[in-house]
Design a protein around this ligand. Structure first.
Ligand SMILES: [Ca+2]
Length: 322
């Protein structure tokens, strides 16, 4: 009797769990991508397009293979017409290289899909958001983090991505994440809600999220496209997208009614500039302190000298009684 009751509750639990995992009512079918891929891409009206060196197998979509000078892309063909969203990208980056491998890939929310170029296979001076999954540190100068490194860039078409400096001049936030060369897939979650961007990762395959960064005051328009690109140069790796799941988030009334198509992408100032601002504040404060200390020392010296001469003069004028 008790055994039957326990089995009944276990069945209910499993059914509920399966329901939640497989049929989230907020998942957007046209912005999600799951197996079997040959079927997805065999139809002419597919929601997704492949560009460059990208190939679709039954298990993954490979943006680049582990070979030099490849560039590939995977782009949604339907613009995102809702303001708040969360996208989960399951991927794997691996290859034969030990110590030297690259370059990584980028998850885009961009204005112009299906375009190639020098920034991980996409165009420079882009419009939109880039989540850069950089596996190789090209910059040889001093740096404060190791690679792989995940960073965010918001561009209104005016910023240049400098590969030799790993885009550090325009990164607005970032975190280290050891997602390369793992035996399990990694999932990165990117959430954009109420102008707040949050990035988290699951590198262990345990369904637990590790926070990467959260940035406020990110302004992105609607009707941009999700995309994924990767490129190899002298260094190479396999860059595989395993699945994409996109969820439409509940927006507040104002954001639902607002026409957000013409918003110019913008965000906080890049980290390097923030550091420069802080340094200049420190420098100006130090300069102010030095100025006051110098004035104080001069005043002390003048007072000391004045006292000395006064005492000397007074001593000579003092009447002698002996
Ligand atoms: Ca790099």
């Amino acid at each position: 009797m008790y055994v039957n009751v326990i089995i009944f509750f276990l069945v209910i639990l499993v059914v509920n769990h399966t329901y939640e995992a497989d049929s989230n009512p907020f998942e957007v079918r046209e912005h999600s991508l799951t197996r079997p891929y040959p079927t997805v891409f065999s139809t002419s009206n597919s929601y997704w397009r492949l560009t460059g060196s990208t190939i679709a197998t039954d298990r993954y979509i490979r943006l680049t293979s582990d070979a030099q000078s490849k560039a590939g892309g995977l782009w949604s063909s339907i613009p995102v017409n809702y303001p708040d969203w969360e996208i989960h990208v399951q991927f794997r980056v691996f290859g034969e290289g030990v110590g030297y491998f690259g370059d990584g890939f980028v998850i885009w929310y961009a204005r112009d899909p299906n375009v190639d170029g020098p920034v991980f296979g996409y165009k420079d001076y882009f419009h939109g958001l880039a989540i850069v999954m950089d596996t190789y540190g090209n910059y040889v100068g001093p740096r404060e983090h190791v690679y792989p490194y995940i960073s965010a860039i918001v561009n209104n078409g005016s910023l240049h991505y400098d590969h030799d400096r790993d885009g550090i001049d325009i990164n607005i936030s970032g975190c280290e994440s050891s997602f390369r060369g793992l035996t399990t897939d990694t999932v990165v979650a990117i959430r954009y809600e109420n102008n707040r961007l949050t990035v988290s990762t699951d590198t262990e395959g345990t369904n637990t999220w590790t926070p990467c960064f959260t940035i406020n005051k990110i302004h992105l328009p609607t009707n941009y496209y999700f995309g994924f690109t990767a490129a190899t140069g002298q260094l190479s790796d396999n860059h595989d997208i395993i699945s994409v799941r996109t969820y439409r988030l509940d927006s507040n009334e104002q954001r639902q009614e607002e026409n957000r198509n013409h918003i110019v992408p913008s965000g906080p100032i890049p980290m390097v500039s923030q550091a420069n601002v802080t340094m200049s504040q420190i420098t100006s404060w130090s300069a102010l302190k030095i100025f006051f200390y110098t004035i104080l020392m001069i005043l002390i010296c003048i007072t000391g000298l004045a006292s000395f001469f006064y005492m000397k003069h007074y001593r000579y004028r003092k009447p002698r009684f002996y």
